[in-house]
Structures are given as C-alpha cells and as structure tokens.
Design a protein around this ligand. Sequence first.
Ligand SMILES: Cc1cc2nc3c(=O)[nH]c(=O)nc-3n(C[C@H](O)[C@H](O)[C@H](O)COP(=O)(O)OP(=O)(O)OC[C@H]3O[C@@H](n4cnc5c(N)ncnc54)[C@H](O)[C@@H]3O)c2cc1C
Length: 490
Amino acid sequence: MLVITKASIDECNTKYAQGGIAAAIGLGDSPEIHFQDTIAAGAGLCDPEAVRILVDEAPDRIRDLIHFGVDFDTQEGEVALTKEAAHTLPRILHAGGDATGEHIERALSRMAQQAKVRILEYFLATDILVKDGRVQGVRALDCRTGVEEEFEANSVIVATGGGGRLFKTTTNSDIATGDGVALAYLAGAEITDMEFFQFHPTALRLPGAPVFLISEAVRGEGGVLRNRDGEKFMSRYDTVGDLAPRDIVARAIVAEMRRTGTERVYLDVTHLPPRLVVSRFPQIYGYCLNWGLDITRAPIPVAPAAHYMMGGIRTNTWGETNITGLFASGEVACTGVHGANRLASNSLLEVVVFAKRIIQRTQEINQHTQTQLITPSPNPKETVPLPERPVKGKTALPNLNALESLHWEKVGIQRSGEGLLEAVKTLAAWEKALGQVTDRPSYEMRSLVLAGRLMTEAALMREESRGAHYRSDFPEPLPKWQKHIIFRKS
Ligand SMILES: Cc1cc2nc3c(=O)[nH]c(=O)nc-3n(C[C@H](O)[C@H](O)[C@H](O)COP(=O)(O)OP(=O)(O)OC[C@H]3O[C@@H](n4cnc5c(N)ncnc54)[C@H](O)[C@@H]3O)c2cc1C
C-alpha cells in the first residue's frame, strides 16, 4: 500500500476537527434515532441505505478507534457525550476536550507508520490514470524536486478532503483545494451534489486573528448567541433557538448582522462555570486568550465561514465510483449520507465507516481476482456534462484572492441566479486562461477553478432552496427538485 500526500502527513482538515464524532451509544439513544436525525438534516436528499450503514456501523468503528489508541474523554468512568445542533440526544464523543480530530489523526498516522505503510509526503496527485473504464494508477508531482512520476495501481482511493479554500472566509486547512473532485471529474468520474456547501455559523471574527472555528459544541454546552446589543436573537429565527441546524443559524446570523449593521455577532459563555469552559474547550480558550480575549469573561465575536463540502465524487456504499478500481473516501466522496446538509459530527464518522468498507472491498478483490467489481449503475441519462460557456477575448490569469472573493460573494450563504451566472462566466474564462500547470500552486488553482465551476453550475441549475443551498430568487424547496445533479465529462 502506498499513501501519497501533498503536505506533511499530519496536515489535513481532520487535524482541526474540534467538536467530535457522532455515534448512538448513549442511554436511551439508538441507531434509529441517529438515522432519523441524519435524514431530517439532509432535507430530502440523503440516501437512506447509506445512512443506515453509517449509524449501524458507528459503534463498531468507535470501538476500533479506541483500540487504535484514541482516548475519548470520559466522565465518571463512562465515555462523555455532548449534544450538537439537530441531534435529538447527546451522542458526540470527543477527545482532549475540543481536540478530537488531532487525537484521531495522531492515532491513525501512528498505526500507519507501525504497519509500515509506505508514505510519500509532499507528493501532489496530478492525474488519475484510466484506461477503458478501469483505473491504472496516478501521476504525482514531487513538490520538492518538481519531477512527475507515475504509480501503477489496481485500486486507487481518492481521500483528498474538501474545498474550503474556494472561499475567502473558511475554517479549512490550506490543503482543502478541491483537488480530488477536479482530478476525478477530468478522469471521467461522476460528481454530484456540489451545490451543497455547508457554512459554519460560528468562526472567530476578532480583528487581526486568523479565522478559527468555534465549535458547535460550545452552544451544545449552553453557549448563547447575542447580537451587538446583547440581545439573544435565535428564537426569532427558529423555535429550536441556538441549536437549530447550521444553515438556519448561519443565515440568521447574516440577517442579524445586516439588521444591526455589524460584521459579527457574539457567542456568550460567560454564564457557564469558567472551570467547565476551560476544561471542555481548552483549544478554543487558549487560542482566544492568545489573541487577548478571555472567553470566560467576555463574549466571543463570531461570524459564519465556509466549512464542509457535502458533494463530491459519487460512490456506492462500498466507496466505489463509476470507474472500476477507483474509490473515494471522506469529504471528497459523496456517499449520500449528508444529503443537502450535513448533521454535525457525522463527517468524521463517515470517514471511518466507509474507509473500512473500502478496505474490505479491496481485500475481497485482491483475494478473488476474478470477482467482478460492483460499480454504481448510473443511469447515463441522469448525468450531465458541464454546460458550454463560450468565452470572448482574453482574460487575465486568476489569482487566489479574486477566486476566493468571487465564491464568497456570489456562491456563498445567500445566492441569486444573477450572481451565480456572473460567477460561472468568470470561472469559465479563468478555466480558459489557465496556462501550463507545473507546480503545486498552479495545479491547485486548476483544481479550485474546476471544483468552483462544478459547484457554481450546480447552484445555478438548482432553482430552489434546500438545506445549505439558499437562493434569494427561489427561497422555497420545490418537490420537482428532490433529485441530484450529477456531472460527468462528455
Ligand atoms: C475546523 C474544522 C472542524 C471540524 N470539526 C468536525 C467535527 O467536530 N466533527 C466532524 O465530524 N467533522 C468535523 N470537521 C469536518 C472533518 O474534519 C472533515 O470532513 C474530515 O476530517 C475530512 O477528512 P478527509 O480524510 O476526507 O480529508 P482531510 O483530513 O482533509 O485529508 C485530506 C488529505 O489529502 C491530501 N491531499 C489533498 N489533495 C491532494 C493531492 N492533490 N495530492 C496528494 N494529497 C492530497 C491532504 O494533504 C490531506 O492530507 C471539521 C472540519 C474543520 C475544517
């Protein structure tokens, strides 16, 4: 087995996950309730079979993580569980307070090193090699020498994470440039649900400080949102109040910021026992303190930020794509468990549940070389190529600032047909203007432009509002749109 990663092994979104990982293991909880919560959050677009697998296999995968050395927090000898938005019951396990991702990443990296998995750091995958509908391997650029190499493989698992760098304000790591989606699309894989991008309601908005996530678990433990005047406002937007689903809270914050003419609202934990705040959220407490804010004494200035890519490479419940031998896992995959809106803490769970199934599947294939791969049987009529967008004249090469601002302003929390059309035209022109790709920044720019176009074209096509996708010109969900948009290169 060979792992190729474009940065150091520990640089990824996983490392930054704070809140935790969901599993129905608490008293009175059940996979059935977890199933219902996930389906409700997905706003009519979850795949029930995939969700069933997610919730049923969760407790076993948590046991695996504990076995691999993830030390989940405990309370009186039992695994401690917290509540997050749109979960009926407390079912979020966490480690190191708010350092869950770091604990998982460290344990799994250690396992891989002990298992003597070959790991190539600073190798950027630049092409997925496919012949006659079957994967052949990948081409990768050694970022330190600038030399490209081809690696042959029977099975390739794309696990390149999300695309938060598309947006000016994001909680994501710098590695999240949508590479996997772009490479898979170019190789002929199906890409779906790209219009659904989740914006986290509460990222730190402190002058001078970089964007930093303030976990939903802070509201789960009793934190409340207040506007500039100190007023609790969430009950005006949703009966559930501060723990309403993420899309509702993010839009409510935007509305409240507009109404009061500010760029931030406040998340207040000053009424909670300081000892609880410090022990439960050591990272958040420490980070804010470093920037001069003691959150046990003063409310935290926050605003929404781009957070999670629900769409991605379309897979079946074994992680297989429409290309034989090509698998996708994690945030880059669209297994169907999130639908139009991810339920908090279901993404780390999706990673471990479906990665395990992919490994089982590849082992089966290796043991029985004659086994026919089950590929999703897409109805080709369901898929569409990206629309042709004729480009007149010459356009300047895109730069990262312009690209991030374009998505933030035109393809962000509130979208409109007019803004989306402007954005797809710009993206198509940038696509044409891209010159030769030779190094990591230029390859990443190619991925960002293509992933951005897949997202923006889908958002323009979907003339309704559903889950994380909100159109001011079509503010309601429409029954005729209870379906997926699937792109495939013609
Ligand atoms: C701040 C933050 C907090 C979060 N909190 C939670 C939470 O509490 N609970 C939860 O469930 N989810 C949370 N999430 C979401 C969750 O962390 C991610 O969805 C999940 O970790 C993604 O894992 P992944 O393995 O798919 O991708 P990643 O962990 O991002 O890993 C992707 C890897 O692919 C590599 N890569 C990318 N492109 C290439 C290329 N072209 N060539 C080679 N290598 C490449 C990267 O270098 C990286 O190592 C959070 C996300 C963020 C950003």
